[in-house]
Design a protein around this ligand. Sequence first.
Ligand code: ZN
Length: 110
Amino acid sequence: MKTKTPPTQPTPPPVKPCKVKGCGRPNYARGYCQTHHRQFLRTGKVSPIRRYRPRSPGTLKFAGLRLSPQTVEALQELAEAEGLSDGAAIAQVLEEWHAQRSPKPKKPRG
Ligand SMILES: [Zn+2]
């Protein structure tokens, strides 16, 4: 008969959420999330902040943005092909997008 070891998985310390009602962000210091902690230090009180939105599932982080894997792949290809940084690739796409939206960016003088 095999003796199974009891499931003693190391449980990480429970992360209490921020003590501001309705905040939902993870605890950072003194029971507050990072935003509320900073707010408390700065103003001495806390007020509700924008609702916490957990990261969208199925997205990847790219240059500080959360994008679909397909978009990230396309941007990485562009960045590689043009020798651009991640941010510069996004900037280029946005510039092209904007150029398409405004067909006449500048009025000729006179
Ligand atoms: Zn908070």
